[in-house]
Write a protein that binds this ligand. Structure first.
Ligand code: GLU
Length: 449
């Protein structure tokens, strides 16, 4: 069989977004499984709306997501105008296209900006049927397309002309693209047949909708890939999630690396119905990746995101952070909410809050004094472990009432009404801070009573 050649041909008229990335990914998965080549090319025939910065954003996004591709040479349609002109001329010579006044067949208005005459494709008015790998036979009566315009003038070919020329010259065997392009297909088939080109195989993948089935937009979460990057999603999790938008792997697995997706991917398992973008599912999946990350990776991210760089503490925060986040941005949110402050410096205490509900200052002071004794008996060398601290005080807490004992301890250590458990906090801040903070709380309680 001929080598599989596919293409990912975005129009650089906006930032790289979820839908586009998913199209690139499906093309890649299919191509890699077939041992083929996937070309990137930029469809910049709409010169006003296309921008260099969008091209750069698309490339940066593909690279960040680690979706492999081969750059077409030349990379842009704007660099292939002379080729398109040749095909256009060939069509005219064959009688398959003709020049006409722009208003012909239109609404009667003429454009003042048109320097020449438009080129219309001479529609044979046939029925076009193609077999879509996802949708089965798709059939269009092309009569209603009339003699559609394929060039602004003989020198200025329009989009469909360029796509057909590119796909042919690049030897594209499979066109895999969003369902929104399905109505372009009959036009493109008419043009390519008139030029005597071979038809590629088509597969139109379902559009991505918001959970309420509306068009995906900002309010359903970020749309541009770059935003996911800055929010602190992992590229491997995002790519994994994108693959599940419209595809169910036969194994039923959800979390899977790119190589496994390649091994399982088949266009026949792509659904024809719309895919639903669910940010919660993406967060969940991202968390699955974080749960399996090596400690050093999480430590590096903590060091990067918490300004009080204290590598001694960052290392100790790893498991606490891992347990509580879905994406790296959650570390920023925790830091902003002051959730790390007490790891770096002694908290300010509202002394009325030390005893906790149903207890009083004298009781709290008595418990804290006892806890200080129990904790000072811990071995004085090496890092403390939460379990070890728990063991040292648990019997006492059980005997005296857990809440009455553990609340004052946790509050004395953190100054917060909510925080991780006191054993975890104590192990992280270490002996000197434990001792000093309990002492501070005890003397404040003494001054008060
Ligand atoms: N340039 C089109 C887009 O960005 C893709 C067209 C195609 O795949 O044929 O949606």
């Amino acid at each position: 069989m001929a080598k599989v050649i596919t293409r990912f041909p975005p129009s650089p008229t906006g930032y790289f977004h979820i839908g586009s990335a998913r199209t690139a990914l499906f093309n890649y998965l299919f191509t890699a499984r077939e041992g083929g080549v996937m070309y990137l090319r930029f469809e910049d025939t709409d010169r006003e709306r296309c921008k260099k910065e969008f091209e750069e954003d698309i490339i940066a996004g593909l690279d960040w997501l680690k979706i492999p591709y081969t750059s077409a040479v030349p990379l842009r349609q704007s660099e292939r105008l002379s080729t398109y002109r040749e095909y256009l001329r060939a069509l005219i010579e064959k009688g398959a296209a003709y020049e006409a006044e722009e208003a012909e067949g239109g609404n009667g208005s003429t454009s003042l900006t048109t320097k020449g005459r438009v080129v219309r494709f001479k529609n044979p008015n046939t029925r076009i049927t193609f077999n879509d790998l996802i949708r089965g036979d798709v059939s269009f009566d092309t009569t209603e397309l009339k003699d559609f315009v394929i060039a602004r003038n003989v020198d200025d070919p329009l989009y469909h002309m360029a796509v057909v020329a590119d796909d042919h010259d690049m030897g594209v065997t499979h066109v895999i693209r969003g369902e929104d392009h399905i109505s372009n297909t009959p036009r493109q088939i008419l043009i390519l047949e008139a030029l005597g080109f071979e038809r590629p195989v088509y597969a139109h993948i379902p559009l991505i909708h918001a959970p309420d089935r509306s068009k995906l937009s900002k309010r359903h979460g970020a749309v541009s890939i770059n935003e996911y990057r800055s929010d602190g999603y992992l590229p491997e999790a995002l790519v994994n999630y994108l693959a599940l938008l419209g595809w169910t792997p036969p194994s039923g697995r959800e979390k899977m690396p790119l190589a496994d997706m390649v091994a399982e991917f088949d266009l026949k398992d792509v659904h024809a119905g719309g895919a639903i973008f669910d940010i919660e599912k993406l967060r969940w999946l991202n968390r699955q990746y974080i749960l399996e990350m090596p400690d050093e990776r999480i430590q590096a991210e903590i060091e990067l995101r918490i300004p009080e760089k204290n590598s001694g503490i960052a290392a100790k925060l790893v498991s606490l952070v891992r347990e509580r986040i879905h994406l790296w941005g959650d570390i920023d949110a925790m830091a902003k909410g002051g959730e790390f402050d007490y790891f770096f410096s002694d908290p300010a205490l509202d002394i009325s809050k030390v005893p906790g509900k149903g207890s009083d200052a004298a009781t709290a002071r008595r418990h804290l004094a006892r806890l200080r004794e129990l904790l000072s008996a811990l071995p004085s060398l090496g890092n403390l472990e939460p379990e070890q601290i728990k063991k040292a005080i648990w019997d006492y807490a059980e005997a005296e009432g857990r809440g009455n004992v553990l609340w004052p301890l946790r509050y004395a250590l953190t100054g917060k009404e909510r925080s991780p458990d006191p054993f975890t906090v104590a192990a992280i801040i270490g002996r000197d801070s434990i001792e000093r903070r309990i002492e501070t709380a005890i003397s404040a309680l003494e001054n008060r009573s």
